[in-house]
Design a protein around this ligand. Structure first.
Ligand code: PEP
Ligand code: MN
Length: 351
């Protein structure tokens, strides 16, 4: 309350709070009075507390998100991706390696990239059929034809597939072709799309908006969760800062910050963060060391011909180096590595 608030002003606030079923704890100091509220935050919103006479400021102490918060679900969650019997876990006990081409270009290129990914130890295939490009003149992806290629390559290699959906109208057809739906950085706050993927019945990979705070990102996840879908994996993919040396700045601290406040798994995308292939291995090592639940990496059989993000795609010795790191480092931080057999929540990962 402001220093000149009267006893009547304080009593009025208490009355309003109690009228909506809340509790108000008044603490009177020499200069000012503080009122602590306990109860349903939504009902307090409707009171417009800031407009009441004598109120100086209102601060929220609890998290604004509920379903994705650790206050709601204390232990960290595991999300399972893929068909029953062949599911891959992403969560606190494992380290999951997702890889594939930025964009699906041809069946041959996608198959070659998937085979590279699998030989490097990846257990989930990524690939874009609908590409959210900054320029409307850039390659926009193959659309439905790309989804069909992804479904075929997923079946041929035995890898579950994640792909991005950019339009709520496409959610159903995308969900029919792949195992996990990705919402990209440019759509993180597209609330209609978030609700549509929440309704689709498939796990969701939610990338951080490039200018979003962690709280805004978790509120976006809350939109998905509110539709009854808690199979959400968060992905830190770099944020926009003043530093031009990298395409984005990988916010590595987002990993432990998210893990402290949300039960959802969180993975890191070093490819889209850096935009440069020479940084992908070092940033992947950092992601493993900081405790990320996985990484998602661009690979391409011929990056020089790639229609999207060629400069960040790995192949050859870089990919072998990454494969080595993904094999050796996760056990050092208490994780079961990619491709190993584990039991989590009574379920067994495929070998
Ligand atoms: C992608 O993963 O293909 C992609 C476009 O990523 P982001 O949304 O993080 O830019
Ligand atoms: Mn890309």
């Amino acid at each position: 309350m402001s220093p000149d608030a009267t006893d009547e002003d304080v009593a009025h606030v208490v009355e309003k709070v109690e009228a909506v079923g809340g509790e108000a704890f008044v603490s009177k100091g020499v200069v000012r009075t503080i009122i602590g509220l306990v109860g349903d935050i939504e009902s307090f919103h409707h009171l417009n507390l800031r407009t009441l006479r004598g109120v100086a400021d209102v601060h929220r102490i609890s998290d604004p998100y509920k379903l994705v918060s650790r206050q709601h679900h204390a232990t960290r969650s595991t999300v399972w991706v893929g068909r029953p019997g062949a599911q891959v876990p992403i969560g606190p006990d494992t380290f999951t390696f997702l890889a594939g081409p930025c964009a699906v270009e041809t069946a041959e290129q996608t198959l070659a990239a998937a085979q590279m990914a699998r030989s490097a130890g990846a257990t989930i295939l990524r690939g874009g059929a609908f590409k959210p490009r900054t320029s409307p003149y850039a390659f926009q992806g193959l659309g439905l034809a790309g989804l069909e290629i992804l479904a075929e390559v997923g079946a041929a290699t035995g890898l579950p597939v994640v792909t991005e959906v950019v339009d709520a109208r496409d959610v159903q057809v995308v969900a029919e072709h792949v195992d996990m739906l990705q919402v990209g950085t440019r759509n993180m706050a597209n609330f209609g799309l978030l609700q549509a993927v929440g309704d689709a019945g498939k796990p969701v990979l939610l990338k951080r908006g490039m200018t979003a705070t962690i709280e805004e990102w978790l509120m976006a996840a809350e939109y998905v969760a509110q539709r009854g879908n808690l199979d959400i994996v968060l992905c830190e993919r770099g944020i926009r800062t003043f530093e031009p040396a990298t395409r984005n700045t990988l916010d590595i601290s987002a990993v432990p910050v998210v893990q402290a406040t949300s039960h959802l798994p969180i993975i890191v995308d070093p490819s889209h963060a850096a935009g440069r292939k020479d940084l992908v291995v070092p940033l992947s090592r950092a992601a493993i060391a900081v405790g990320a639940d996985g990484i998602i990496v661009d690979v391409h059989p011929a990056p020089e011909t790639a229609l999207c993000d060629g400069p960040q795609a790995l192949l050859g010795s870089d990919l072998r180096e990454l494969a080595g790191a993904v094999r050796k480092l996760p056990p050092a931080v208490g994780r079961v590595g990619a491709g190993e057999r584990i039991r989590v929540e009574g379920r067994e990962q495929r070998p």
